[in-house]
Design a protein around this ligand. Structure first.
Ligand code: ACO
Length: 324
């Protein structure tokens, strides 16, 4: 048995912030941001209402509605979130409450942006080992709470949101195939220190050190090198050809990164759908929200072959090959 995606849902905050809006608070322009990243606007959460737990719960409810499944049928919830509004209980427990999945197994995973792929692989492994039949896999992120809004090099990139899928055990599905990697060698090019260190609040500049920190060029180079490599590794290991893949669903960080990866793989850019123009980089939520967009606009169809791949802090990167 392997899990088939039988429902998809997402939640994006109501407030939309355009590049022109950002140009009022940092020295930048719509032209610069679009040229370097492709991003035109992003959804920014209301911090008191649209918390990661709330967005995760909403996305999960919508995925269940799409699947036509009641929350009580779910026997596992795995959430990926690096910016939880609660240290504990887990975001998965919050989702359980939101969807009424009383009694099921719940836990979170943290693998930065590829975290949703880690959550997906974990849930699939539970299904494949016979430990569960119906799982909710959710990615939720509120990076705008951790962005330094005076740093034009990073604040222009991010948006908030959540996405979820329902997996249902299906004996006709081929096995979920994946590869996950990490290296600590370049950990300092992408990190965010925890704010939960009360004694350190007295240190001058402590809050500044808890903002998202990124060496953009290093991350760019890492992504365009490692993502094509891991996708090629996946195709060799599991013996499929890149040409037979219908869609490459990549982490929505930057259109230039995706264009470079498409070129390096020798694949048509049409196979690389993008939502980042309107969402910015929503970190771990970017792949499931993209899947939801594609389901709604009719691009996703049963039997299609999909490669998903993501990269992020750690540094971590991963790729999956599966059928819709
Ligand atoms: N507006 C105008 N100018 C800017 C801006 C801005 N928003 N940001 C930087 N600049 C300036 C810099 O100050 C610099 O000026 P200088 O030459 O006078 O010193 C110049 O533009 C070039 O800066 P770079 O940082 O070298 O610009 P680059 O072309 O590398 O683009 C960017 C920056 C868009 C961040 C790019 O490096 C990138 O996309 N990297 C990948 C980042 C990424 O994907 N991170 C997310 C992964 S992790 C996760 O998803 C959570």
């Amino acid at each position: 048995m392997t899990g088939r995606i039988v429902g998809i849902g997402s939640y994006l905050p109501e407030r939309i912030v355009t590049n022109d809006d950002l140009a009022k608070i940092v020295e930048t322009s719509d032209e610069w941001i679009q040229e370097r990243t492709g991003i035109k606007s992003r959804h920014v959460s209301d911090p008191l209402v649209e918390k990661p737990s709330m967005m995760a719960g909403e996305a999960a409810k919508r995925a269940l509605a799409d699947a036509g499944i009641d929350g009580s049928e779910i026997d596992l919830i795995v959430v990926s979130c690096t910016t939880p509004d609660l240290l504990f209980p887990s975001m998965a427990c919050c989702v359980q409450k939101a969807v009424g999945a009383e009694g099921c197994g719940c836990f979170d995973v943290n693998s930065a942006c590829p975290g949703w792929l880690a959550a997906f692989n974990t849930a699939q492994s539970f299904i494949e080992s016979g430990n569960c039949k119906k799982a909710l896999v959710v990615g939720a992120e509120c990076l705008t709470n951790f962005v330094d809004w005076t740093d034009r090099g990073s604040c222009i990139l991010f948006g908030d949101g959540a996405g979820a899928v329902v997996l249902s055990a299906d004996e006709t599905m081929p096995k979920n195939k994946f590869i996950m990697h990490a290296t600590s060698v370049k950990a300092d090019c992408l990190y965010c220190e925890s704010r939960m260190q009360p004694k350190r609040w007295e240190e001058e500049g402590f809050l500044d050190n808890t903002y998202f920190r990124m060496a953009g060029r290093d991350v760019f180079r890492f992504a365009v090198t490692e993502v094509p490599k891991v996708i090629n590794e996946l195709s060799e290991k599991y013996e499929f050809s890149l040409d037979e893949v219908d869609y490459y669903i990549l982490h929505q960080a930057n259109a230039r990164i995706i264009e470079t990866i498409a070129k390096r793989l020798g694949q048509d850019l049409e196979k690389f759908p993008m939502t980042l123009f309107e969402t910015g980089n929503t970190s771990t939520a970017s792949i499931p929200t993209l899947l939801d967009t594609m389901k709604k606009d009719g691009r996703l169809k049963k039997g299609q072959k999909i490669v998903m791949s993501s990269f992020g802090a750690g540094l971590t990167w991963a790729a999956n090959y599966f059928e819709i």
